[in-house]
Design a binder for this molecule. Structure first.
Ligand SMILES: NC(=O)C1=CN([C@@H]2O[C@H](COP(=O)(O)OP(=O)(O)OC[C@H]3O[C@@H](n4cnc5c(N)ncnc54)[C@H](OP(=O)(O)O)[C@@H]3O)[C@@H](O)[C@H]2O)C=CC1
Ligand SMILES: N[C@@H](CC=O)C(=O)O
Ligand code: NA
Length: 429
């Protein structure tokens, strides 16, 4: 028989992958050379949506990564441990690895890829970002001849679903989240999605590939969508924007020494290609020279879509195993070992939207303008939009400004006696 797989995990992605491999006719012929040799799970008692011989399934995952017969370990169990240790053990045993685990790669990528390079094996991770959307392989291969300067993504389906429904229904965040959980779109513990951490893991991975340097996850600024209100969504609409949770990696300097890597809810102009990406879909816009703009769009999660990405990685490894060469393929290895310097968020140059609640006094708009002017913040538009009870609502959009300066202006504004509160601050693309 051909190439033997040891699959760690038979949940959503593992089941989808087994189903795809067991239904190989009409797909790439190399898939017919793959044997699902061992599958590791936590519980043997669960009913499964795929049929496997009982001796294939085990709860002893170490026995899979240590089995000399296994050629490729497919880690689709998730979590940090024991996933990290099992991946490292597989690598040290000379096995190639496919993983969908963005959380483990974003945290332990340096350790995992160093071990893989030393062992002369490949670690493939197409499913880890954008689910079924091919984006990792294009960044490593087809697009790597370009000098890339920006990667901007909607890479979390749960938050895009919530924001889309808030926008179309005029609903509050809490109500839509509860509904999304009931419908199974959001997990019971939605923290990683809603607080931008899942997107943070994904943009760290994309930034490392686009800009050829490791990214320390602690340098990635993450702000989620809990504070986005229906009021801001309505203002965005009036001003010609939609609010999206964007994951952005940008090379701010010509010499690629200063990156900005961040996740935050963003005012996106309605004319921007990412503005129309709705529901659970993901999209990643890559910009560089000489190619210009390329956008990848598709299903960022789900059994079938993610299985497509996992299986495409398996296919690349099967092709590599059959190539009869021991020399590493430079298009499959991880080629960067240095850490990139990521600039602090205070150095970011961006436009801002700010909403103020003030007392109904003469001269408030002038005072706001003076405070902004004191810190070099130039205003693109300022409108007094109406009343909330006794208070006046004022909405400001700035021109590009260094975030540090903008925050200093806000601190001064907060001390004005006319200011009641600043309910929202959002960055504008
Ligand atoms: N779901 C999706 O759409 C996507 C998922 N991913 C990533 O893919 C990975 C898998 O996700 P998903 O399939 O949704 O996860 P599931 O929770 O559906 O499945 C996890 C599987 O791993 C097994 N497992 C977990 N921990 C252990 C353990 N300690 N020992 C033995 N078996 C274990 C479980 O066993 P048992 O069945 O017995 O409980 C289960 O079969 C994650 O890294 C996730 O981030 C990436 C893109 C999209
Ligand atoms: N929780 C993720 C699923 C895939 O990574 C999402 O909502 O996009
Ligand atoms: Na992908």
């Amino acid at each position: 028989m051909g190439v033997k797989l040891g699959i760690l995990g038979l949940g959503t992605v593992g089941t989808g992958t087994v189903q795809l491999l067991q239904d190989a006719v009409g797909r790439h012929p190399l898939l017919q050379e793959i044997e699902i040799y061992r599958v590791g799970v936590r519980s043997l008692d669960k009913s499964r949506d795929v049929q496997l011989q009982p001796e294939v399934i085990t709860t002893d995952l170490e026995s899979i990564v240590n089995d000399p017969a296994v050629d490729i370990v497919v880690e689709v169990m998730g979590g940090l441990e024991p996933a990290r240790s099992l991946i490292l053990q597989a690598i040290n045993n000379g096995k190639h690895v496919v993983t969908a685990n963005k959380a483990a790669i974003a945290r332990f990528g340096a350790e995992i890829f160093t071990a893989a390079n030393q062992a002369g094996v490949y670690v493939m991770l197409e499913a880890a970002v954008g689910g079924g959307i091919p984006v990792i392989q294009p960044l490593k291969q087809a697009l790597s001849v370009n000098r890339l300067h920006t990667v901007t993504g909607i890479v979390n389906g749960t938050t895009n679903y919530i924001l889309t429904r808030m926008q179309t229904e005029g609903s509050d965040f809490g109500d839509v989240l509860a509904d999304a959980q009931r419908l199974g779109y959001a997990e019971a513990d939605p923290t990683a999605d809603v607080d931008g951490l899942d997107a943070g893991d994904k943009i760290a991975i994309l930034a490392s590939l686009a800009f050829d340097g490791r990214i320390n996850l602690e340098d990635v600024y993450c702000e989620g969508i809990r504070q986005v209100s229906k009021t801001d969504i309505a203002y965005a609409e009036k001003l010609g924007f939609v609010i999206k949770l964007l994951a952005i990696a940008k090379n701010q300097a010509q010499d690629a020494t200063k990156l900005s890597v961040r996740v935050h809810p963003t005012f996106v102009p309605k004319t921007h290609p990412l503005a129309s990406i709705n529901g659970v879909y993901n999209a990643i816009l890559v910009e560089g020279e000489p190619i210009g703009q390329v956008m990848f769009f598709g299903p960022g999660a789900g059994a079938g879509a993610t299985a497509s990405a996992v299986t495409s990685d398996i296919l690349s490894l099967v092709a590599a195993l059959k190539s009869n060469t021991t020399a590493p393929n430079p298009l499959l290895t991880c080629r960067h070992e240095e850490y990139s310097h990521v600039a602090p968020i205070s150095d970011l140059i961006t436009r801002f939207y700010a909403r103020f609640l003030t007392k109904d006094q003469a001269g408030v708009i002038g005072q706001l303008g003076t405070c902004f002017g004191n810190h070099g913040v130039s205003i693109e538009s300022i409108v007094q939009t109406g009343f909330q009870g006794e208070l006046v609502e004022i909405v400001v959009v700035t021109h590009d400004v260094r975030e540090g300066e903008f925050r200093q202006a806000l601190a001064e504004i907060q001390n004005l006696s006319a200011i009641d509160s600043i309910p929202s601050i959002l960055r504008v693309l």
